[in-house]
Design a protein around this ligand. Structure first.
Ligand code: MF3
Ligand code: CO
Ligand code: CO
Length: 271
């Protein structure tokens, strides 16, 4: 299929889907407290997406080749879980970190975003990993403009993360997104400057680095979905859906509760 270039009308529709995905995270925020289960968070999200937003939770029954259908409406990845954690009946406890990843389909278009949550009081190490990973995502976003290459994004993220003493997961990456959940191209969160595809206006993709406090190696659990760090070190991830504009980028997955960009992101650098 190749990389699809979105029209202004496509982007307007994706802006809506992106905002809705982010608003699901806003809605969940006050509920992420010690004692709640990730299954309860999934139920809250499912109802909100279907009944309030009139949208569809993209993960539910999603089945890429070689996978079993994903059984829930959101992904919840706790502590050493890297991504694709399946909501379950275990209560979150004080000090846990959890990534909540929401993808909604509205009028046929996808919006995909995730944030880290610290349950109750987090350790200094947990807080540092979560904020470092947020900055890593923005190191990638801030590079986006026509004429740069995908390798520039990956390189910016990788050098920032590794200079801080953390590691970047290699096996999972960002992705083109639109009327399909996962489209071309792959957005690697590591790489060499000046390599891979050149960015052009109208490309839409996610940037979603997974950062481990320890080694970068991962393994898949027996449920066929959940990815964990091999060394059981903590892992964090943040995700936005981005469109390349004529002059830079626009983040499509923004809402009232989105955390502000880090200080190193120049005001006005975006569209
Ligand atoms: N939302 C994830 C991503 O960022 C994909 C989850 S696939 C699922 O690409 F089936 F686990 F939901
Ligand atoms: Co994604
Ligand atoms: Co996602």
């Amino acid at each position: 299929m190749g990389i699809t270039i979105k029209t202004a009308a496509d982007i307007a529709a994706m802006r809506v889907a992106g905002r809705l995905a982010s608003e699901v995270l806003d809605m969940l925020t006050p509920h992420v407290k010690p004692g709640i289960t990730t299954e309860q968070l999934d139920a809250l999200a499912h109802r909100h997406i279907v009944e309030v937003q009139g949208a569809v939770p993209a993960p539910l029954n999603y089945q890429p080749p070689g996978y079993s259908p994903y059984p829930k409406s959101i992904c919840t990845s706790v502590n050493h879980q890297v991504c694709h954690g399946i909501p379950n009946e275990r209560p979150l406890k004080n000090g846990d970190i959890v990534n909540i990843d929401v993808t909604v389909i509205k009028d046929g278009w996808h919006g995909d975003t995730s944030r880290m949550y610290i349950v109750g009081e987090g350790s200094i190490a947990a807080k540092r990993l979560c904020s470092l990973t947020y900055e890593a995502m923005w190191k990638g976003i801030a590079k986006v403009r026509p004429g740069i290459k995908l390798g520039d994004i990956g390189h910016g993220i990788q050098t920032f993360v590794e200079n801080a003493g953390y590691s970047v997961v290699r096996e999972f990456c960002g992705h083109g997104i639109g009327q399909k959940f996962h489209e071309e191209p792959q957005i690697l969160h590591y790489g060499r400057p000046g390599t891979l595809e050149e960015l052009v206006p109208g490309m839409v993709f996610t940037i979603e680095p997974m950062v481990n406090a320890g080694r970068r190696e991962i393994k898949e659990l027996g449920d066929g979905w959940t990815i964990v760090t091999k060394d059981r070190s903590l892992s964090a991830q943040w995700e936005h859906t981005i469109v390349v504009t004529e002059t830079g980028y626009e983040v499509l997955t923004l809402s009232a509760g989105s955390p502000p960009p880090p200080d190193f992101v120049q005001a006005g650098a975006s569209a």
